[in-house]
Design a protein around this ligand. Sequence first.
Ligand code: SLL
Length: 175
Amino acid sequence: RERVKNLSIHRPIIYGNVASVLSPRQREQLAATAPDHTHTWTVAVRGAASPDKEAATSMVGGADDISYFVKRVSFKLHDTYPNPLRHVEKPPFEVTETGWGEFEIQIKITFVSDAGEKPVSFYHHLKLHPWAAAGDPEIPPLEVAVKLGSVHSWQYDEIVFTEPFNTFLDTLMKN
Ligand code: SLL
């Protein structure tokens, strides 16, 4: 195999998290094991390509499916979590947990072996608390946060394959 010169291929992704305050029922279920947990959250990496009209909207095989070039996404959680390094080998590439605090999550994307590329790593700041307006407290009381609904924090990015191998280029172009 050889690299295709003077060519780079871009694949759009989004990464980030959604979080919400635990319901009274959820808090009750966690009372014995994690009484201090206040939030549930999901951190994820997803494809950001817009499906065309005819394409299926499903996570697998749709335009937003990234599993044809992503072998694994690893999420490194805060050390307060059991087994903080979480490997996800198939879509949806996400981890759902409960907790009480914000922290930096290290995200590592490992590409399919065909790609012949090193993994890429980056950080996402897990966001639990609502985006505060000027004058608002940085962390509102839970009763206030509940009313504000889910908190989202997402970044758009692109994976760039510079001079990809010819065999891998076929894979990229078929998807
Ligand atoms: C802080 N630097 O002090 C951060 C640390 C840690 C968050 C936040 C639960 C862990 C568990 C959890 O939310 N850890 O009980 O499994 O704000």
